[in-house]
Design a protein around this ligand. Structure first.
Ligand code: SF4
Length: 95
């Protein structure tokens, strides 16, 4: 087998093994991670964000404070849900 084809085969096998090992493609999309931000001037501390996604949002002194720098991939969907349910549109997500 020509060297080029052998290298291509190794490359493809490596990719397949990487995915089979559980590498999460939603973690990194084109090198960009999800970050959650709360505009404190808009937040009224009403709490749906904390109810929907308590691992990311926590109400402290009447303001929702994101608890993580980068949203874990398994929480991205609930973060979006929290943003959609924020009555003052205080939550923004950077992806
Ligand atoms: S839902 Fe919006 S306004 Fe209410 S606490 Fe969360 S960020 Fe603040």
């Amino acid at each position: 087998m020509p060297l080029f084809l052998n290298r291509l085969r190794v490359f493809i096998l490596g990719k397949l093994l990487y995915r089979a090992a559980g590498a999460d493609r939603t973690t990194k999309r084109k090198g960009i991670f999800m970050k959650a931000k709360v505009d404190e001037s808009l937040c009224c501390g009403c709490g749906p964000c904390e109810e929907i996604c308590p691992k990311v949002f926590k109400i402290i002194n009447g303001i929702s404070i994101p608890q993580v720098d980068v949203v874990p991939p398994e929480l991205e969907e609930s973060c979006r849900e929290a943003m959609e349910n924020c009555p003052t549109n205080a939550i923004s997500l950077e992806e």
